[in-house]
Design a protein around this ligand. Structure first.
Ligand code: FAD
Length: 384
């Protein structure tokens, strides 16, 4: 049976979709507003494969909505790190005990699966090309721009869940309230996605069940496997300085740099220079803020509440865990939103601050320490 309050979720990304499913399964009527067109539409199919590492926290959330098994069929377990040195020699570190792994999943594939599930709920309505412009917090009035028609309109939900990502417009409205703490910090590094295509026989050109790292001290590249036999590589690299994106301006510079520092990977990248100049450089931001809720009527979650850098592979996993915690609180406190949101932010904030700091630290570990022979020896001793 449907309950009364009108709930709106801003953002139909990974976290917004999962949350809307949870809310719908508890009997609420939910409207989801997403800025982009529907990912599942034919015109948007194809494009680059971008993948994410899904780990325990994420799996737990997917299990509760019964899609863990389906997603596992299109997820690739990565049992270990494989480090590539400049000569192409490999070294290995297991992620856990035998059989334990983190999983490479397609971001788009997972988002589409969650959209399908959300849409299948009779009490969820998805609205695409609806961009939140601002929220009037005194009345909970949300101004939306329909990007297809160019028309603005307003809605006034009873409760607003903001899963609109690292650059959340809902959070921006909250930033204008008194005693709202906000901090954002960017790394001096950006990232660029590149591809190692499948082998001629459709197989993987590097070890399939592994996360590959090319640690180079001040920078690095990583690669995660995709189901189609390709790998998505991500190069984390300084914006400025002698060795930086600024100094890779021509095809010759890119080719000679890759052949010098990532020779084994470069040999597997026929489209390297084309991709290098076509694909954008993404920025790496940490966002911390508090409180995450306003007057028991608005709450931030996922990247909107706590954007972190990707070096622990935990941003989405932490956002999914937000949903798991919120779900438990909804079961416990019914529609006492004030209590639910206060408890939620108090329980989650120390954890998300911790993973935010660990993620920044892990960049140094991944780009530098994993290549240190003393570290490898230590790992061998630990695993004995
Ligand atoms: P998003 O995924 O950003 O979704 C927000 C949604 O809101 C989007 O659909 C967006 O279109 C929509 N939106 C934005 N603004 C508006 C608006 N004004 N109005 C309406 N809709 C709006 N995490 C992991 O767990 N594992 C990984 O391996 C991993 N790797 C990563 C690698 C990189 C390079 C990066 C950058 C991040 C990585 N992350 C990883 C982090 C992960 O991508 C995020 O934590 C996760 O996507 C957060 O989900 P979200 O739904 O909160 O936000």
């Amino acid at each position: 049976m449907e309950k009364d309050p009108q709930l709106s979720v801003m953002g139909g990304g990974l976290v917004g979709c999962l949350l809307s499913l949870y809310l719908a399964k508890q009997g609420y009527k939910v409207e989801v507003y997403e800025r982009r067109p529907d990912l599942r539409s034919a015109e948007l199919a194809g494009g680059r494969s971008i993948n994410l590492a899904l780990s325990d926290r994420g799996w737990r959330a997917l299990e509760t909505i019964g899609i863990a098994e389906d997603i596992k069929k299109v997820a690739i377990p990565m049992y270990r790190r494989v480090m590539h040195d400049v000569q192409g020699n490999l070294s290995f570190q297991a992620y856990g005990q035998a059989g334990q792994a983190i999983y490479s999943v397609s971001r788009g594939g997972l988002n589409k699966a969650l959209l399908d599930l959300a849409e299948a709920q009779p009490n969820v309505t998805l609205h695409f090309q609806e961009q939140v412009l601002e929220v009037e917090l005194s009345t909970n009035e949300v101004t939306l721009l329909n990007t297809a028609s160019g028309q603005e309109h307003t809605i006034q939900p009873d409760v607003l869940f903001a899963a609109d990502g690292a650059f959340s417009m809902v959070r921006l409205s909250m930033q204008k309230t008194e005693r709202f703490n906000y901090e954002q910090s960017y790394l001096d590094y950006g990232y660029k996605e590149l591809t190692i295509p499948p082998a001629a026989d459709g197989g993987w050109q590097l070890e399939k069940n592994a996360l590959h790292i090319w640690p180079r001290g001040q920078y690095m590249m990583i690669a995660l496997p995709n189901m189609d036999g390709s790998f998505t590589c991500t190069m984390f690299f300084p914006y400025d300085g002698e060795v930086s994106f600024k100094n890779l301006q021509t095809e010759e510079q890119v080719q000679s740099f890759f052949q010098k520092v990532f020779p084994d990977a470069a040999a597997l990248m026929p489209e390297l220079t084309q991709e290098f100049f076509e694909n954008p450089v993404g920025s790496l931001v940490t966002v911390k803020c508090f409180p995450w809720s306003h007057a028991g009527k608005v709450v931030l979650l996922g990247d909107a509440a706590h954007a972190i850098v990707p070096f622990y592979g935990q941003g989405m996993n932490a956002g999914f865990e937000d949903c798991t915690i919120l779900r438990g609180l909804l079961e416990e406190h019914g529609t006492d939103w004030e209590t639910i949101f206060k408890t939620f932010q108090e329980v989650r904030k120390p954890n998300t601050d911790a993973i935010a700091d660990l993620a920044v630290y892990n960049f140094i570990e991944m780009r530098d320490k994993v290549a240190d022979p003393r570290f490898l020896l230590q790992k061998k001793i630990e695993s004995k």
